[in-house]
Write a protein that binds this ligand. Structure first.
Ligand SMILES: [Cu+2]
Length: 305
């Protein structure tokens, strides 16, 4: 008996250590490796903006409510199975109405939904209203790349194209890295205007909590304020054609000083809006699509069609 207890306690200790390690990995790993999806990742990418922080908080609150409801329904099912099966309850009751219960099962769900709706609407308005923005970035979705414009910084305008597998340098994530990332300063309210040029795309950056449709002839707005310098990745998440999977988003958030430095370089590097586009030759038409497909692996191409 004593031996059994020791074995159990040893196993328990091992399990506790394992759980502790896993938890530390999730907590620490999650916080530092936050900018892009990781293999075997659990949970969401860590928040890089106040919007994402609130989204995650709301998600956690909903999780509690969902759990409580699931446990309650599970308990009811167990009670019904134990108390009202044919053996323990051979003569079924003929009850068909119970006013009190009917009122309760209508009113309580309504109250639960209202409880969810209030923080949900608060969050939606928080995401929707662009607070005093210091700068604007215009994002245009094309088949199949993104174009970034800085209207209040000398109309810098450039295209952001995927780096093909064969050109990837060590450390550059496959299908996520681009030639020209969007560069933004940290701790700045940035207004994002999203538009489309051909079909509907969607500019989605998980760690920023921003997902905005790029619709032709329509200007959608979002905003973000990046907490800390770093590189953040996102993807087009509106099925937009054959190369939908190959138009990732890369955002580099830098300090204000570094941003000013980048602006000076960018002004010479990229042509401004009133000059012809720097890489207009890369604009793809539908019949050119297979030719511009930037991934060498043909099995991937076929899988994405
Ligand atoms: Cu797209």
């Amino acid at each position: 008996m004593v031996r059994l207890t020791t074995t159990i306690s040893r196993a328990g200790r091992k399990m506790a250590i394992g759980l502790g390690a896993a938890l530390t990995w999730v907590l620490c790993g999650g916080a530092t490796l936050a900018d892009q999806p990781r293999e075997w990742q659990l949970g969401m990418q860590a928040a890089a903006t106040p919007i994402t922080e609130r989204i995650h908080q709301f998600h956690d609150e909903l999780l509690v409510i969902i759990f409580a409801i699931a446990l309650f329904v599970f308990a009811l099912l167990i009670i019904v199975m134990v108390r009202f099966n044919a053996r323990s309850h051979p003569v079924p009751t003929r009850t068909s109405h119970n006013t009190l219960i009917e009122v309760l099962w209508t009113v309580i769900p309504v109250l639960i939904l209202v409880t969810i709706a209030i923080p949900s609407f608060k969050l939606m308005y928080y995401m929707d209203r662009v607070p005093d923005s210091k700068m604007t970035v215009k994002v245009t979705g094309h088949q199949w790349y993104w174009e970034y414009t800085y209207p209040d910084n000398g109309n810098i305008d450039f295209n952001s194209n995927l780096i093909a597998d064969k050109d990837l340098k060590p450390g550059e994530p496959r299908l996520l890295d681009v030639d020209n990332p969007l560069v933004v300063p940290v701790h700045t309210n940035i207004r994002v205007q999203v538009a489309g040029s051909d079909v509907i795309h969607s500019w989605f950056v998980p760690s920023f909590g921003v997902q905005e449709y790029a619709v032709i002839g329509r200007l959608n707005e979002a905003w973000f304020n990046v907490d800390h310098a770093g590189t953040y990745y996102g993807e087009c998440n509106q099925i937009c054609g054959v190369n939908h999977a190959f138009m990732p988003i890369k955002i580099v958030a830098v300090s204000e000083a570094d941003f000013q430095k980048w602006l000076t370089e960018a002004k010479t590097k990229f042509s401004s809006l009133d000059k012809p586009k720097n890489n207009a030759t890369q604009v793809a038409t539908a019949d050119q699509a297979p030719a511009v497909l930037p991934v060498a692996d043909t099995s991937v191409q076929a899988g994405n069609r």
